[in-house]
Write a protein that binds this ligand. Structure first.
Ligand code: FAD
Ligand code: FO1
Length: 462
């Protein structure tokens, strides 16, 4: 049997038309999908190397500052990458990490390795698209992008920004049989290339020392980073939580998967999670509810960021939302808070403050509370622009899963009606869907949630 494994061609996009000339290794520039198992970009690069009988090298370009990430997120990511390096080495695949200006260090490595072909993974975020454009402007070898993050590739599922989950859902569901498949194994390679650039293990201590990032936001210890950690969390979800997922809108019910940090850093494949959830013994209702979030909602976020590059600005909101927010710009705000008051959870609202503490203390706010949390920032700031700025800043500073299309889409849904529809008109919000503490009290035990995250209590992990 041929040792190469088929990667669906619709996952692969040629980013330039340069003809290949013989040379050194195939290079996979790993970025969004930081895992060895179940990684279509890695498998595609491995196929190219095997067909050409040349080595495969995986590189990671560490940016010294990434969308305001702190040591909390960098720590989680770097710990996951140490496992990637070990898992690759076991398959005879070298892993090389460089710190610096990403396009520059990548081009320098490609020249140094005499690379023959470059492969990378798909990411709709502006910063990643800019990196790729800078690389393309100076590249002299073929460059391929592989969507290893989405089950149905983002470029394939729709040629435009989708209005809502209900318009994207049928487009995804009719392609699931074609794209929701199991994964082939990563092939092993003969002994790695001799050059010592490929055989020096990364000095992870030195990498951490050279990384000058905000270290005021403590790393978390309740989740073990990396592929193995993600696997453990997934098993626990499958066995003990999925069946009760119908309670997902109760922030006191421990039924969420806690997979978002692993999905954000690509330490686990959403496709494999979906494949196994579909085959689990959980109730159909729970499985369908979870897969709606994991597949439709998550891919809707990529669709939004890919086709709407104003995904983190009020300009990215739909017309009806911008009009209604404009109409209510001058409405009286009963409360106005600055960033520090929000950040320290010192508003008049104990429920909102508890949600903020859940985020700052654990690095992961419950999904239901994120909606309430963001909507109240709109209500207690002078303008929608200020609200978006504060919500993104806090979300990307404290959430382990922040700096992600899901976050920009989640904030745009909460504040700007993206993927939502107009509701009854009221002050400040206009027709943007409103949420209140009394509404929350009808859904779950608010005093219990406040107690769990009040300063005098040790935060109980969700
Ligand atoms: P589960 O309920 O177990 O869901 C499993 C997976 O499904 C999640 O990991 C995620 O990949 C996907 N998913 C679930 N809900 C959504 C959703 N509403 N939109 C898109 N995908 C979803 N998610 C992030 O990954 N990063 C963020 O920064 C982020 N910020 C958000 C901000 C706001 C204001 C809102 C309303 C939502 C935000 N979300 C974000 C989406 C969602 O709240 C989280 O993905 C989810 O709570 C993560 O926890 P979990 O993996 O345990 O969730
Ligand atoms: N991707 C990279 O290729 N290089 C980085 O240095 C890097 C840092 C980083 C820090 C925090 C964070 O949340 C994400 C980071 N990412 C980095 C990107 C990440 O892998 C994801 O691709 C995107 O953030 C999600 O689209």
């Amino acid at each position: 049997m041929s040792r190469t494994q088929r990667v669906h061609p619709a996952r692969v996009t040629g980013l330039n038309q340069i003809t290949e000339t013989p040379g050194g290794p195939v290079v996979y520039w790993m970025s969004r999908d930081q895992r060895v198992r179940d990684n279509w970009a890695l498998l595609f690069a491995a196929n190219l190397a095997l067909e050409r009988e040349v080595p495969l090298v995986v590189v990671f370009c560490l940016s010294p500052s990434f969308l305001g990430a702190t040591i909390r997120q960098y720590g989680f990511m770097l710990n996951g990458l140490t496992e990637v390096e070990a898992n690759l080495r076991r398959r005879g695949i070298p892993f090389v990490l460089r710190l610096g200006d990403v396009p520059l260090i990548l081009l320098d490595m490609l020249r140094g390795f005499n690379a023959r072909v470059l492969v990378t993974d798909f990411d709709p975020l502006r910063v990643k698209r800019a990196w790729k454009q800078d690389v393309l402007a100076n590249l002299t070898i073929p460059f391929f992008e592989v969507d290893a993050h989405n089950i149905v590739p983002c470029r394939e599922v729709s040629p435009k920004q989708e209005y809502a989950a209900r318009t994207l859902r049928p487009k995804i569901h009719r392609k699931l049989d074609e794209f929701l498949t199991p994964f082939p194994e990563v092939p092993a390679f003969p002994a790695p290339p001799s050059a010592d650039a490929f055989n020096k293990a990364t000095d992870w201590g030195a990498v951490r020392k050279r990384l000058q990032v905000n270290s005021d936001v403590a790393e978390v210890d309740w989740l073990r980073p990396g592929e193995r950690g993600g696997e453990e969390v997934f098993r626990k979800f499958l066995e003990h939580r999925l069946d009760a997922y119908s309670q997902r809108n109760d922030p006191n019910a421990p039924v969420l998967s806690n997979l978002s940090p692993y999905l954000h850093f690509g330490q686990i494949s959403a496709q494999r999670v979906a494949w196994e959830v579909l085959r689990s013994s959980a109730s159909t209702e729970s499985r369908e509810a979870f897969l709606e979030e994991l597949i439709v909602r998550r891919e809707l976020a990529d669709n939004f960021c890919w086709y709407n590059q104003a995904y983190d600005r009020v300009e990215g909101f739909p017309d009806w939302a911008r009009k209604t927010l404009d109409k209510h710009r001058a409405d009286k705000r009963d409360y106005i808070y600055d960033l520090h008051t929000f950040e320290t959870g010192a508003t008049h609202d104990p429920l909102w403050n508890a949600a903020q503490r859940e985020m700052t203390e654990t690095g992961k706010m419950h999904g239901y509370m994120r909606m309430y949390w963001a909507k109240k920032i709109l209500e207690w700031t002078p303008s929608p622009e200020e609200a978006v700025k504060i919500a993104i800043l806090l979300n990307d500073t404290y959430e382990l899963d922040g700096r992600d299309p899901n976050g920009y889409a989640g904030i745009a849904w909460s504040i700007g009606g993206v993927h939502d529809r107009p509701w009854f008109e009221r002050s400040i919000f206009g027709q943007i869907r409103y949420m209140s503490a009394t509404g929350c009290a009808r859904k779950f035990d608010v005093p219990e949630y406040i107690r769990r995250f009040s300063p005098e209590n040790e935060t109980v992990i969700p």
